[in-house]
Write a protein that binds this ligand. Sequence first.
Ligand SMILES: NC(=O)c1ccc[n+]([C@@H]2O[C@H](COP(=O)([O-])OP(=O)(O)OC[C@H]3O[C@@H](n4cnc5c(N)ncnc54)[C@H](O)[C@@H]3O)[C@@H](O)[C@H]2O)c1
Ligand SMILES: NCCCC=O
Length: 200
Amino acid sequence: MAMAIPIPSRQLFINGEWREPVLKKRIPIVNPTTEEIVGDIPAATAEDVELAVDAARQALSRNKGKDWSSASGAFRAKYLRAIAAKITERKSELANLETIDCGKPLEEAVWDIDDVAGCFEYYADLAEGLDAKQKAPVSLPMENFKSYVLKEPIGVVGLITPWNYPLLMATWKVAPALAAGCAAILKPSELASVYVLKFY
Ligand SMILES: NC(=O)c1ccc[n+]([C@@H]2O[C@H](COP(=O)([O-])OP(=O)(O)OC[C@H]3O[C@@H](n4cnc5c(N)ncnc54)[C@H](O)[C@@H]3O)[C@@H](O)[C@H]2O)c1
Ligand SMILES: NCCCC=O
């Protein structure tokens, strides 16, 4: 059974800071086990999405992309590994929140959090591997042409995730996006968002 732990009250996390939604709306959090309302989450609208997209675009082009989008995979992997370590450190707290939020047994939530940390590690490995694959030459039948493969992030990505493996499904989207050098805007399920707002 999940421990009774305080449910964090959160705003939207946009441009590195917590912001109240433009229309100031909130959605109640229902604990599926007891059907009690145990808190509320911010309800983003199109106005907030515009702000998030603008902030994400600016983040991608900051310092001509050198801060993130055109940094090496090895650089980005350090962040992914740091996130994995933080998840492992806070496993018990995160698993308890998941159980309160989506109603799954605590034991399963603990497995899921292990999976979350493993997923960040997996994409950290892939980010590191990306560097050696960059500018791989492509042979052409003409000597006066040179060609190579350059892998570039697609840019700002919008990530919409379901309620049943809350943090894990968010991670399946966030970790590869960050590994590739994208900027991500995550919209978790309105039925189970507490863990994501707590962690990210
Ligand atoms: N492939 C997988 O690994 C995997 C993992 C988990 C869940 N699922 C599947 O995903 C589905 C998720 O279940 P659910 O009950 O949370 O589904 P859902 O479609 O109600 O919600 C999923 C997400 O989509 C959003 N959404 C719904 N309608 C939208 C719209 N019109 N515009 C923008 N966003 C919208 C929701 O807010 C939520 O964040 C299930 O079918 C489940 O089996 C698949
Ligand atoms: N073990 C994770 C399964 C996620 C989707 O349903």
